[in-house]
Design a protein around this ligand. Structure first.
Ligand SMILES: Cc1ncc(COP(=O)(O)O)c(C=O)c1O
Length: 382
């Protein structure tokens, strides 16, 4: 039996209804619903469930993609590839799925990137936009919650500042979705939201999504859609405008079931449960000699993440010990977000990241605390 505390990578276990939805989809004779064939349309059901979850005015604004990474790339390249030398504001909290597209653009066409740094409490200050935004700023890209510290960011305030400056805002909701409320309809300005389907939304891997403010983003992927085949150009209306090729229908069916699970349990309740477990983890680890915890602003642990290091233990060794000797699945290293570690002083080995979700209990986090307690007593021999 493993104790799974790596939900920020992907949630496990998946709710039984998600597994059942994937199986049922694979058992049905394949049609091309909503495209050239008949049958019910799983993509439409998924868009509708997601639109209701995120309070998106129109379900056609929800694009289904293979992952948050694809969604982020579509917005970043879509907005910037025809604007050599343009300026972007982002943050040091971002995942490589934001940092790397921007670095590629920097090397390819001189995109200029400003990285906002979080304060000591792990949150970004949106008012810093006032001094960083320039005449040629074409995008502001920030995460809803850091995948290393779990700190929830003031995206509503970012949205207001971005709207005032008339600059598009890209929110990476990969870690917040399903545990931190996101009221898309209430966000002012031109806002794109990218999210993963396999984390807090409990879908299978291989599905994600992107909420679109309008149908003006240049297309990145074009090809078959099953409709308008006589047209040499890809359709321009949402959602097909940004969806090309055969869709991952089993994954999409699973994501719909995952989103419905989240809606039934309630985002507030799921966030409250995670925050409670985070509070216990921090409370139990904080007094241990040599433990250094990541910051957490306002005791807001809704994203369900805690990072830490332990003096006397290289992070990788401690991760190995927890996994091999105690059966506790966590993640060690930089977690695909290298810049945030500079501020935390953990750039060399990274941190141990513990992440909880709906199926974790107090007993799971107590096991972790006892295992770390034992490691404190027995420093690494290497
Ligand atoms: C904050 C953040 N953004 C983006 C991603 C990329 O998600 P995916 O691998 O599903 O594309 C992750 C995944 O860990 C993440 O934590």
């Amino acid at each position: 039996m493993i104790t799974y505390l790596n939900n920020a990578a992907t949630t496990f276990p998946k709710p039984p209804e998600v597994i059942e939805a994937v199986r049922a989809c694979l058992e049905r004779p394949p049609g091309e619903p909503g495209r050239s064939g008949g049958g019910e349309d799983p993509t439409q059901a998924c868009r509708q469930a997601l639109a209701e979850l995120f309070h998106v005015p129109n379900a056609s604004q929800v694009i289904l993609t293979p992952s948050a990474t694809y969604s982020l790339n579509q917005v970043i390249f879509g907005l910037l590839q025809d604007e050599p030398g343009a300026h972007v504001v982002t943050s040091t909290l971002e995942h490589n799925s934001v940092l790397r597209p921007l670095e590629h653009l920097r090397r390819r066409q001189g995109t200029v990137v400003t990285h906002l740094e979080p304060g000591a409490d792990g949150t970004l200050d949106p008012s810093e936009l006032l001094s960083t935004v320039r005449e040629d700023t074409r995008l502001i890209a920030v995460t809803q919650a850091s995948n290393v510290t779990g700190c929830v960011q003031p995206i509503e305030v970012f949205s207001q500042f971005a709207a005032d400056a008339q600059i598009p805002l890209l929110i990476d909701a990969s870690q917040g979705a399903g545990a931190v409320e996101l009221d898309y309809g209430a966000l002012p300005g031109r806002v794109f939201v990218a999210f993963a389907g396999h984390k807090g939304l409990f879908g299978p891997t291989g599905v994600g999504g992107l909420i679109m403010p309008d149908d003006r983003l240049p297309q990145t992927f074009v090809g078959g859609t099953g409709v308008q085949s006589e047209n040499p150009m890809h359709p321009t209306e949402l959602p097909l405008r940004h969806e090309a090729g055969t869709m991952n229908l089993p994954g999409i069916a699973g994501l719909t079931a995952g989103v419905n699970f989240v809606r039934r349990r309630g985002i507030d309740e799921l966030g409250r449960q995670r925050a409670e477990l985070v509070r216990t983890i921090r409370h139990r680890l904080e007094p241990l000699p040599g433990v250094r915890l990541s910051p957490l602003a306002h005791d807001d642990g809704r994203a369900g993440i805690v990072s830490f290091t332990l003096a006397g233990w290289p992070t990788e060794e401690l991760g190995y010990l927890l996994q091999e000797s105690y059966g506790i699945e966590i993640r060690s290293g930089l977690h695909c977000a290298p810049k945030v570690h500079a501020g935390m002083g953990t750039s060399s080995g990274g941190s141990i990241r513990v992440s909880v979700a709906a199926f974790n209990s107090l007993s799971d986090v107590e096991q972790l605390a006892s295992a770390v307690g034992a490691a404190v007593e027995a420093p690494c021999a290497k």
